[in-house]
Design a protein around this ligand. Structure first.
Ligand SMILES: [Zn+2]
Length: 106
């Protein structure tokens, strides 16, 4: 699992048309899907997107994206966010010490 700042998501969407279409569809569906911050009950909207994205890759599975709201990203220790996200997403944390908020891996 990696933490990915929005700038990297936008860069990936610029570079990859398929990902860009997915992101546009994801955003358009927000009023219906109403995804939550992975660490609290904040609902993401078209006006309030994630401050930090979590990219989860598990061998043999489709990569998943989840979001962390601005309040959690700015007030919680990055290691705590990582641990909560890992538990919420059912991901095994192998090395939380390698985590950092600018897109590091653990
Ligand atoms: Zn939150």
């Amino acid at each position: 699992m990696r933490l990915v700042p929005p700038s990297r998501i936008l860069a990936a969407a610029t570079a990859d048309p398929a990902f860009r279409r997915w992101l546009v569809d994801w955003r358009a569906a927000l009023p219906v899907t109403r995804p939550l911050c992975v660490a609290c009950a904040t609902v993401f909207t078209q006006e309030l997107g994630p401050a930090v994205w979590l990219l989860t890759t598990v061998p043999g599975q489709v990569p998943r994206l989840a979001g962390v709201c601005d309040a959690c990203a700015s007030t919680m220790d990055p290691g705590a966010i990582y641990a909560i996200a890992a538990a919420a997403l059912g991901v095994v944390v192998r090395d939380a010490a390698g985590f950092h908020p600018e897109g590091g891996t653990a």
